[in-house]
Design a protein around this ligand. Structure first.
Ligand code: GLP
Length: 263
């Protein structure tokens, strides 16, 4: 795992974007596959990818996107659905065609139907050649995507109940807590680990505890983010506040000095 700690959220966005582009150069073929995360943490990263595209250093017009997760029961047209969020915050920003965007299907007549669609989503990722670079944020409780604590470390895309803390954290996007969906469909931790590179960005002090647990805690379903420890090509980019709980800081800085991201 590469852990990069930088002074500001802006610098974190720039380094994380470079890690994404470097990962695509290394791992992607003719049709790159990018795993997309929602949340405030990667917004600066997407802006940096857009800037790279404008400079002619990147082109996402042939890129296929797979979202990490989606709420169950929200209309696709609902502005807080992750489909609409990703269209607004990623497709329209970096120039990834909306028709290339895949999002888990959170609609169905029954739980079984949604479960079958979730399995089909996992298969669709494989059929597209697998995710080359997966962009990740982390929840304050250590979740990746919507894999809440106690998620199986080998889980595949499936329907999940949202944790109370996650619903509270996300209530700001809805008209009150009771409007926040109770369930989601999320890529599993096993699905996420199949990506060829993981790039996680975390910013701010409310992520410090989750980051310390994910990077330096035991590999445990209690902190889904700890699966990064199993991945052979995981890059974690942090600002100072998110890194505040790390004990092994000196080593990360020494190791990062040897990285050549060209920034
Ligand atoms: C949601 C998403 C996660 C994201 C998390 C953190 O729960 N499902 O993928 O990492 O929010 O969001 P933020 O970056 O806004 O803190």
């Amino acid at each position: 795992m590469e852990v990069l700690i930088v002074d500001t959220p802006e610098a974190a966005a720039a380094f994380a974007a470079e890690a994404v582009l470097d990962g695509l150069r290394k791992h992607a073929g003719e049709n790159p596959v990018l795993g997309l995360a929602t949340g405030s943490s990667p917004l600066g990263l997407y802006a940096e990818l857009a800037a790279a595209a404008q400079r002619g250093e990147a082109d996402f017009s042939d890129t296929v996107g797979f979202a990490l997760d989606e709420y169950v029961g929200l209309e696709d047209t609902h502005e807080q659905s992750y489909r609409q969020t990703l269209i607004r915050e990623v497709c329209d920003v970096i120039g990834l065609p909306v028709e290339n965007l895949n999002v888990p299907n959170g609609h169905g007549e029954s739980v079984e139907q949604i479960a079958a669609q979730a399995t089909a989503y996992d298969e669709a990722i494989k059929a597209a050649g697998g995710v080359d670079v997966q962009i990740l944020g982390i929840g304050a409780n250590g979740h990746l995507g919507f894999n809440e604590p106690a998620s199986s470390l080998r889980s595949r895309t499936r329907i999940k109940r949202l944790a109370a803390q996650t619903r509270e954290d996300n209530a700001r996007f809805f008209d009150g807590l009771d409007r926040v969906p109770t369930h989601c469909v999320t890529q599993g931790l096993g699905t996420v680990q199949d990506a060829r590179r993981l790039v996680l960005i975390a910013l701010g002090s409310n992520k410090a505890e989750a980051i310390a647990a994910a990077i330096e805690g035991p590999l445990s379903a209690s902190c889904p983010g700890s699966v990064l420890q199993l991945h052979p090509d995981a890059v974690v980019v942090l600002d100072e506040a998110a890194a505040a709980g790390l004990k092994n800081r000196g080593y990360y800085d020494d190791a990062a000095a040897g990285l050549q991201f060209g920034i």
